[in-house]
Design a protein around this ligand. Sequence first.
Ligand code: ADP
Ligand code: TRP
Length: 321
Amino acid sequence: MRLLTGIQPSGDLHIGNYFGSILPMISSQDEHEIFAFIANYHAMSSGVGGARLAELTMQAATDFLALGMNPNKSTFWVQSDVKEVLELYWILSAFTPMGLLERAHSYKDKMAKGIAANHNLFSYPVLMAADILLYNSEIVPVGKDQIQHVEIARDIAIRFNNMYGDIFVIPEYKVDENVKTVPGIDGAKMSKSYGNTINIFGEEKKQQKVIKKIVTENVALEEPKEYENCNVYNIAKLYLNEQECLDLQERYKKGGEGHGHFKLYLAEILWEYYRPYREKREYYNAHQDEVRDILRIGADKARTSALPLIEKIREATGISY
Ligand code: ADP
Ligand code: TRP
């Protein structure tokens, strides 16, 4: 089964991203054929550009490699390195009614917030459809906010196929209900936009400082404490096995330790868990040429797999003459 996913290069990754999307993708590399790319064209629609976009693109690639993206198993590249996607984007736009895009949440939400929309933002779902369709993707694992975009891709593909025959695979989205929503340091969903994140990579002291800010209830040191609704416990348990969870529960129930102790413990768990990834990231940060090579090989692989289809499309649409 071929799974395709696009990753926006949007800066520091947090542990919500890790459990919500990175880990499920990385751990399915043995089972599925993964096509994963850094969506740098898409990032333009959020106003990122210039040297910052280039930097974010390399950082995202470095982080994903460090976290276990395996370029020997999966196809991993930067969106803009396969220009055929732009050609397909244009062709697909001829099969995209205006109304379909006018109903897109990403566009409607930004309009509602008073953000002046340009065509780049408006046509974002068409580019996403091109991403998905160009690589014959069968499954697109997404968060709930992206379902509509996959539906738009399906809609466009069906319109095209109605005209020219069964050229596109009709993709399906997959929302993984088992994926946990990671709470932020204030207990709400962890998200960059809420400023309540714990980053995967960062300095140890900074990370400890953030963890110290996790909101907890006020209970005297010697008193037993609730663990079920404790933000510290709920984050820690993502990293613990069953026995370790039970041990931590005991410490809560026994009293004699404050939330400060549990926070310290959490900081240690996180630091240890990401140690090998941090080391790999340091390596790749010091060897950016190697990262560039991996991306170039990935783009070649992606393009090679896309070429027969794009030829067929040029043929069918009369672009080839
Ligand atoms: P943010 O909310 O920080 O802007 P993004 O929207 O860039 O995060 O999300 C990137 C990916 O990480 C998505 O697949 C999303 O579902 C996942 N994700 C983000 N925050 C969480 C969270 N708190 N718990 C689980 N998954 C999350
Ligand atoms: N729009 C997606 C997001 O914001 C990123 C993305 C771009 C994508 N192209 C894609 C995701 C194709 C899946 C398939 O997260």
